[in-house]
Design a binder for this molecule. Structure first.
Ligand SMILES: [Fe+2]
Ligand SMILES: [Fe+2]
Length: 277
């Protein structure tokens, strides 16, 4: 199958007149001959605006995926439902958990999904929740929960289940999308809280395939330690990826390192970036 993947929400904006950025992520997956699927919705300030600018009719995407229950991926769901009608929403059952970022200063900010499940359902969301690997459309699968197997992918140490900073939130609900394309697998990441190596190892386990052509999305290295960055880059170098298109929470320093270490493969996937595969 062939697909077009277009970034609709991101922290950064490409050269499209009037497009807006926000801390968040959303991508539209358009399969050849199939219905489009939306992956994430950003925070809610830019999705509808950017889609309109890029002539993407989100009413025709009756299915969407929420990679995980953080505000910067889920906040656009309510305005989307109100403008574009009912949607089937694939996600992990953990997306409605309470979650927080606790800063070194002790300040605490809620970062969970910003709307109640009942409100979203009343607006037209029909949730299909599962922690398991599943195919959601021909050639399009969700990883389900990703096991934390590597010891170096320690993740974001600022995420907690409550404001006291006692219980770390590993964000187990975070999952990625797998596209089976003519060129190999394409993996679309939300925040990749499990770590890129854990995620790609799990994709290999699930599919029996290691021919990953491209990875697109947030790699969350901006919020992880230096050892995780170094060892992730070393692991990626052994994978023979053709494209590493980083968005959102990858972070400037990690992106710069990857750009230098993988100059042929690395791209920055801002609002307006398109992968045709
Ligand atoms: Fe994020
Ligand atoms: Fe996240």
């Amino acid at each position: 199958m062939s697909f077009r993947v277009t970034i609709l929400c991101d922290n950064s904006v490409g050269p499209i007149c009037g497009a807006l950025g926000e801390h968040g992520f959303a991508a539209l997956i358009e399969p050849s001959g199939g219905e489009p699927i939306l992956f994430d919705t950003g925070q809610g300030a830019t999705l509808l605006h950017n889609a309109r600018l890029m002539n993407k009719d989100l009413s025709s995407a009756r299915t969407l995926v929420l990679s995980h229950g953080h505000f910067d991926h889920c906040g656009g769901l309510l305005p989307l439902l109100r403008e574009c009608g009912p949607k089937t929403v694939y996600a992990h059952p953990g997306i409605f958990a309470h979650r927080h970022r606790v800063k070194d200063t002790g300040e605490c900010f809620p970062i969970g999904i910003p709307h109640e499940r009942e409100l979203l359902e009343a607006a037209g969301a029909r949730f299909e929740l599962s922690a398991e690997f599943r195919e959601i459309a021909p050639g399009i699968s969700l990883t389900g929960e990703v096991p934390r197997a590597t010891e170096f992918e320690t993740g974001d140490q600022g995420l907690y289940c409550d404001c006291t900073g006692q219980e770390l939130d590993s964000t187990p609900d975070d999952q990625s999308l797998i596209l089976e394309t003519d060129k190999g697998l394409v993996v679309i990441l939300g925040c990749c809280h499990a770590g890129l190596v854990n995620t790609l190892e799990h994709v290999a386990y699930l599919t029996g395939r290691r021919d990953v052509h491209a990875v697109v999305g947030g790699i969350h290295l901006a919020f992880c330690g230096q050892e995780q960055l170094e060892r992730t880059i070393a692991a990626i170098k052994g994978l023979k990826l053709n494209k590493l298109a980083a968005s959102h929470c990858t972070g400037f320093a990690a992106a710069a390192r990857m750009s230098r270490e993988l100059p042929k493969e690395f791209q920055v996937a801002m609002v307006g970036y398109t992968l045709e595969v």
